[in-house]
Design a binder for this molecule. Structure first.
Ligand code: NAG
Length: 203
């Protein structure tokens, strides 16, 4: 009798453990009511690898600030056209086309040695996002996105936010912060921001 009780208990404990480990069994979130993080910076959950962009950010700051759509109330990096400039200036974007070989090469050369092992993860995010966006274009029967009144195509900005979301969800262990709030943020994102993690274009 005693053994049976123990067996039953072990069975329940195992089931609970499996439920905790399996993302499919995670708590169901209300996607219109994100959990409150109380000023906790969710972006710190998956640390950005150290990358040396040289004078590119400075160049792109200047580029964005001379656009008609520049808004001095916001930092230049928040401008819709900032990612396009970054990708163009790093050689990743040529005539609006993403060069995957250049992305890989640039990251391998410019990510700090101590974070270099995460480069394949980021390259994979770029590849997934590139395919997702091209899937959207194809489904909409479009060759490419039009240039917006802001002064650029939304392509690079979409790619940029997709790569961030994708890298967050598949964050390499080396960059991930083990924190209860980070786990909740990840579960919420997994449930409420399903693939493909691409915001829809504004036109
Ligand atoms: C989800 O949250 C929204 C916004 O707070 C609320 O209006 C809605 O009733 C909630 N839905 C459920 C199923 O709890």
């Amino acid at each position: 009798m005693q053994t049976r009780k123990v067996e039953k208990f072990a069975g329940v404990a195992l089931l609970m453990l499996l439920m905790m480990l399996s993302p499919a069994q995670a708590a169901a979130y209300n996607c219109s009511a994100p959990p409150s993080f109380n000023n906790f910076d969710v972006n710190s959950c998956c640390r950005t690898p150290e990358i040396n962009l040289g004078n590119v950010p400075q160049k792109c700051q200047q580029h964005v600030n001379q656009l008609k759509s520049a808004n001095p109330k916001y930092p230049a990096y928040a401008h819709l056209c900032y990612p396009e400039c970054i990708y163009r200036e790093t050689g990743a974007l040529i005539n609006g086309r993403l060069q995957m070989d250049k992305v890989r090469e640039y990251l391998q050369e410019h990510v700090h040695r101590r974070d270099r092992e995460v480069v394949p993860h980021i390259v994979r995010s770029f590849d997934t996002c590139r395919k997702n966006i091209h899937g959207h274009l194809k489904a909409a029967n479009l060759e490419s996105y039009k240039v917006l009144p802001q002064g650029c195509s939304p392509y690079a900005a979409m790619l940029y936010s997709c790569v961030n979301a994708e890298t967050f969800l598949n964050c390499p262990a080396k960059l991930w912060k083990s924190d209860e709030k980070c786990l909740v943020a990840k579960e919420f994102a997994q449930q409420c921001n399903p693939l493909p993690h691409v915001p829809l274009p504004m036109s």
